[in-house]
Write a protein that binds this ligand. Structure first.
Ligand code: HEC
Length: 119
């Protein structure tokens, strides 16, 4: 059996591009739910703050679904918390900054997802 060189190359390219998925170089490949699950749910869980490592953090993530909190913050605040981290808005630094992991576009989509959680 022999594999034509062209299919071998195609396979190689497929493997390389698969390896690149999830990097911020390809922001459109993940939905906002997937972004949330990948980067946020470990601490925030389903939004209520029940992520599997939530108990180990210096501060407890609040319930992001709570209407009172949703009404008290602007989209800009939520963007900034994700982009610059908790410390930038006088919250606990246990909430990490994502400016190096996510594009602004991805963060904007996550803001939309946080709003969706509150509905
Ligand atoms: C390592 C754990 C951890 C990860 C990962 C994490 N967070 Fe947080 N987050 C926290 C903690 C802890 C707080 C609470 C900080 C406080 O109340 O002082 C918080 C707070 C927040 C808040 C509330 C800010 C407020 O006004 O109370 C938002 C919104 C938020 N995170 C969004 C996100 C999003 C979106 C992601 C994923 C991109 C994410 N977080 C990833 C730990 C985390």
């Amino acid at each position: 059996m022999h594999l034509p060189i062209r299919s071998t190359l195609a396979l190689l390219l497929l493997l390389i591009s698969a390896g690149c998925q999830g990097s911020s170089a390809e922001p459109q490949t993940l939905s906002r739910e997937q972004l949330y699950r990948l980067h946020c749910s470990g601490c925030h869980g389903d939004g209520s703050g029940n992520g599997h490592i939530a108990g180990t953090l210096a501060a407890r993530p609040r319930n992001l679904k709570h209407n009172q909190w949703q009404d008290s913050v602007t989209d800009e605040h939520i963007f900034r918390v994700i982009h610059e981290g908790g410390e930038a808005v006088k919250l606990n630094k246990a909430m990490p900054a994502f400016e190096e992991k996510l594009t602004k576009e991805e963060i904007r989509r996550l803001v939309g997802y946080i709003r969706f959680l509150g509905r």
